[in-house]
Design a binder for this molecule. Structure first.
Ligand code: GTP
Ligand code: SPV
Ligand code: MN
Length: 580
């Protein structure tokens, strides 16, 4: 039996079901990418952008009802409902297949079907994993070229004939009524129909590298996390690597490539969305970025907020749902320059000021990671980078201080499990409502989150030097609704304190929720914050935390006896430290 016999068998079964006009195997070459682009320019799937100012850049407009991940249509089809847990939508595997078989049946009639073998993770790494995705969307194929390693390199990394995640994708009729994203962790299988957008359709990303991989990671003793990976270089040239979990559209891309406002400090980018983390033989955590590109939020990306981000999207980039200027350039809210007259909005309609956002709030760019000016020279190191700190960050107008440090590993896991956040445009539904999002994984954990917390807790004792765990919140506001902290390039000041704490130098004060920076310990040189702003940003409010602990109890309760006692214990100790 050849190594690809199982792949071929599965592809035949998919073709039997979907009935495509022809089958094309993607090889990942530049020639293939260029041909895909030419075809899409011809049929209007892509629009050309100004070839002088944005060479090899294109605009894609997705269906107006298909502009973000649809969590209500995303299911974990594990054998039992309990295995998926109370925070996931669950569908029985048989029911999922029978409901979707009708939608896939003949869905590729008269159209080509692409088979995309892809590798998640650097070539040559034992941490990397293979997927084979089938799709009838050329935009998805081109996006997979940018976001993953496509072609022979993938098949070469299969360890046996069955060592691949199967992903079946079809655009269907793009109606949310007939849209489903199903995951079958027990069969290493993904079925996605009815969406061509982002995490719903680029199956290597959330479906494979988080939902399916999180299940494998628990079974095999590693971690698949919704985390950026960065290296902070200090003036002595030492680099400390940190991994940070933040919910969708809440600052990972920005922090991963931040340009330091502090002289002598520099941030190196390893990844901006997903980290696969292993315990090595020495008991050290090492992280790789399974992706090869960035699918980043466009709005508010500017030369001021994210200079590296703004620079990297000037060539070889596919923009989705941004506005278009009369000179053929992409435009979005917060890009910097004013909107010129005669612009088209993200749906191609004439736009004028006062019409509402010209770019969709979840408009994005897809760009090769290599183009980021701050990409770490070792970002594709097969061994990964050694992680010495974890950061959990979310979007909270109140309650959560700018930065604080957990007392120890278990307490850090508690802080991650306690995370709540205000929702963003990255998912369909209401924006700005607080919801629980432990470790920024609520939409991405492919199994029961009580077991996921247990997996985190069990990992600590396996480590020689467990990374210190920090909580951050760039989004705290004053009574007038203004951000208390300037964020973006100034966030390096927080990273500096974090690394000083890891090195055993930074000064801190103990509070009931952890260690906050001592007065003067956060470098605020030349920052000129309003008086008291930093105090307000770091303040721990007993009443607010009392309410937060109550909300948290209700969240934990739904997991029943499955919830690890160490989490309950940290909860109770927090209440005790507050004297509640
Ligand atoms: P996903 O790709 O959806 O997983 O998101 P992400 O976490 O990579 O989000 P990203 O960095 O793209 O941030 C998106 C939004 O957060 C944009 O509106 C940014 O302007 C805003 N943002 C990022 N960093 C900061 C910050 O330090 N302060 C403030 N106020 N806003 C920020
Ligand atoms: C997110 O929503 O967390 C993203 C974008 O990174 S998507 O790939 O669409 O899921
Ligand atoms: Mn994400």
């Amino acid at each position: 039996m050849s190594l690809t016999s199982q792949v071929e068998k599965w592809v035949d079964e998919v073709a039997e079901l979907t009935g495509p006009a022809k089958i094309a195997w993607a090889d990942g070459s530049k020639g293939e990418y260029d041909r895909l682009v030419d075809d899409m320019l011809r049929d209007g799937t892509l629009l050309p952008l100004n070839s002088r100012t944005y060479p090899n850049c294109y605009l894609h407009r997705s269906h107006p009802s298909d502009v973000a991940r649809t969590e209500q249509l995303t299911f974990i089809c594990s054998r039992s409902r309990d295995a998926a847990g109370p925070t996931n939508n669950w569908m029985a595997p048989d029911e999922g297949k029978s409901r979707l078989t009708g939608l896939f049946s003949g869905s590729m009639k008269n159209r080509p079907m692409w088979v995309i073998p892809y590798l998640m993770g650097p070539a040559g790494s034992s941490m990397s994993r293979v997927g084979v995705m089938v799709t009838d969307s050329a935009y998805v194929v081109a996006s997979m070229h940018i976001m993953t390693r496509v072609g022979a390199v993938a098949l070469e990394h299969m360890r046996d004939a069955d060592d691949f995640i199967r992903g079946m994708h079809s655009l269907g009729d793009l109606s949310p009524e007939r849209r489903f994203i199903l995951h079958f962790p027990d069969e290493k299988l993904i079925w996605s129909v009815g969406s061509g957008y982002g995490g719903n359709a680029l199956l290597g990303k959330k479906c494979h590298a988080l939902r399916i991989a999180s299940v494998q990671a628990r079974q095999e003793g590693w971690m698949a996390e919704h985390m950026l990976i960065l290296g902070l270089e200090d003036p002595e040239g030492r680099i400390a690597y940190l991994a940070a979990a933040m919910p969708s559209a809440s600052g990972k891309t920005n922090l991963a490539m931040v340009v330091s406002s502090l002289p002598g400090y520099r941030v190196w980018t390893v990844g901006d969305d997903i980290a696969w983390i292993h315990v090595d033989k020495q008991g050290q955590l090492r992280a790789t970025n399974p992706e090869r590109g960035f699918f980043g939020v466009a709005p508010n990306t500017s030369a001021k907020t994210n200079p590296n981000g703004a620079a990297m999207v000037r060539s070889n980039t596919i923009f989705t749902n941004v506005a278009l200027t009369p000179t053929g350039e992409p435009w979005w809210e917060g890009i910097g320059p004013e909107a010129p007259a005669g612009m088209l909005d993200w749906q191609g309609r004439p736009w004028k000021p006062g019409d509402g956002p010209a770019a969709h709030p979840n408009s994005r760019f897809t760009v090769p990671a290599q183009q980021c000016p701050s990409i770490a020279p070792n970002w594709e190191d097969p061994e990964g980078v050694p992680i010495s700190g974890f950061i959990f960050g979310s979007r909270r107008a109140r309650v959560v201080p700018l930065v604080f440090e957990a007392f120890d590993w278990d307490h850090g896991v508690f802080l991650g499990s306690a995370m709540g956040t205000e929702t963003t445009a990255a998912i369909t539904g209401q924006v700005g409502v607080v919801r629980r999002d432990p470790m920024a994984m609520i939409p991405f954990c492919g199994y029961n989150m009580a077991d996921y917390f247990g997996h985190w807790l069990a990992t600590g004792p396996r480590l020689k030097n467990p990374p210190k765990i920090f909580r951050v919140n760039w989004f705290r506001r004053d009574a007038g609704g203004r951000f208390l902290w300037p964020g973006y390039g100034e966030n390096v000041r927080i990273l500096k304190w974090i690394v000083e704490r890891i090195q055993g130098r930074g000064k801190a004060l103990e509070t009931p929720i952890g260690h906050v920076p001592a007065p003067g310990a956060l470098d605020d040189s030349r920052l000129a914050l309003p008086a008291d702003a930093l105090d307000a940003a770091l303040h721990v409010d007993r009443d607010e935390w009392s309410r937060a602990l109550d909300e948290l109890r209700a969240f934990y309760d739904q997991f029943g006896g499955r919830m690890p006692t160490a989490i309950w214990k940290a909860h109770a100790e927090t209440a005790r430290r507050f004297g509640l």
